[in-house]
Design a binder for this molecule. Sequence first.
Ligand SMILES: [Ca+2]
Length: 225
Amino acid sequence: MKKLFVIALVLIAVPAFAQQTLNYSWENGGTILGFYGSNLVDASNVSGPQTGSQGSLLPDYTCPGAVDGTYYLHVAEDPHTGTPQAFVCWVDGLLEGDIVDAMFYGYDITPDISPSLRIWGSYTATGGDVNSYHGSAGGADPYTAGTGWDLVSHTWTFFADGGAHGGLVIQARLYSDPATSDPDRTDYWIDDITVTAPDHATIHFPELVSPVEESSWTNIKALYR
Ligand SMILES: [Ca+2]
């Protein structure tokens, strides 16, 4: 009887799928996997102190450097309009009911007011790529707290929509002030994303794109002239 009880406890303790947890903090020189909004601009891999704009209502501000390692991500909203999204991770190969947990740091020095960031998600089509948008997956209501490098996190229960959805994009959403019609721009910094997903899924983070891959055919020919 006692042995049966122990077996039952073990069965309860084992999750349905083994989980994997991966971390990425832009140390490979990557930027973003994609974006939404033509005003998501100047995605770049940076290091050390960075000074940028908070829009026309607030003075410029300076991020002291990476929260983890040496490098981190910079993006900007220019001009202010809508809610631009930077795609910082893509989890593909997900199944109905899978649990995906993600967190990253966004830099914010203004408590309770914009500029701020949020963590959000969107679905991608089964068999599609990171840009095969298939609807919002929701996200976390809280914004970055405004204390410097602030952690935002969310847990999604994957909705496969009968097999139409196969992946989840994890986004950094940008909220500038004023939300529209600002003559200035707002700069944002992001670092240190950690994602947990089932073993059968694939977690994609930004990679360094080599100059040759980015070159036009003309430039490639010039390299070998
Ligand atoms: Ca880093």
